[in-house]
Ligand binder design. Structure first.
Ligand code: GDP
Ligand code: MG
Length: 162
């Protein structure tokens, strides 16, 4: 079976932008409005000849109600079926309480998780990425999903995690 990579995180951290970067086309819907991706959406991807499925999800929030709760449950379902999880954090904002709660949920899933420090658009922002060691998920992978910075190193690590 083709390995599955689920991309999860709070609303607006750049999950869909990263998915587009991984699949090499603009197919996942990117919006400045949080919570645009309601359900999990799967795409075919490959990196250096290795095929996998990448799943975009809606923003995960703790203690969500109504529609937001349904979106969070969809993200959890995507995690349950994934071989590797990319947990995306906005390095410009830093780790929030909701990110900490997401880490607890991810630990319960017992899935391999790679910590993605997104919006590291330039060298100066590497410091913000480094601060995300505090989440206890190991090495943060600094990337700019928007500009492509660091995405090769991240994908190498994804393949190594299968
Ligand atoms: P999602 O809700 O997590 O799927 O986030 P989106 O992919 O829809 O992106 C939310 C906003 O963050 C959009 O305005 C993106 O253009 C912006 N964004 C995503 N990745 C980056 C990045 O690497 N750098 C910067 N500066 N902005 C980004
Ligand atoms: Mg999205």
């Amino acid at each position: 079976a083709v390995p599955v990579v689920a991309v999860v995180g709070r609303p607006n951290v750049g999950k869909s932008t990263l998915v587009n970067r991984i699949i090499g086309r603009r197919q996942a819907v990117v919006e400045d409005v949080p919570g645009v991706t309601r359900d999990r959406v799967a795409y075919d991807a490959n990196w250096i000849g290795r095929e996998f499925t990448v799943v975009d999800t809606g923003g995960w929030e703790p203690d969500a109600k109504d529609r937001a709760a349904a979106i969070a449950r969809q993200a959890e379902a995507a995690i349950a079926t994934a071989d590797v999880v990319l947990f995306v954090v906005d390095a410009m904002i830093g780790a929030t309480d909701d990110d900490e709660k997401a880490v607890k949920m991810l630990r319960r899933s017992k899935k391999p998780v790679l910590l993605v420090a997104n919006k590291v658009d330039n060298q100066a922002r590497e410091l913000e990425a480094h601060a995300l060691w505090s989440l206890g998920l190991g090495q943060p992978y600094p990337i700019s999903a928007l500009h492509g910075r660091g995405s090769g190193e991240l994908l190498d690590a994804v393949l190594a995690a299968f």
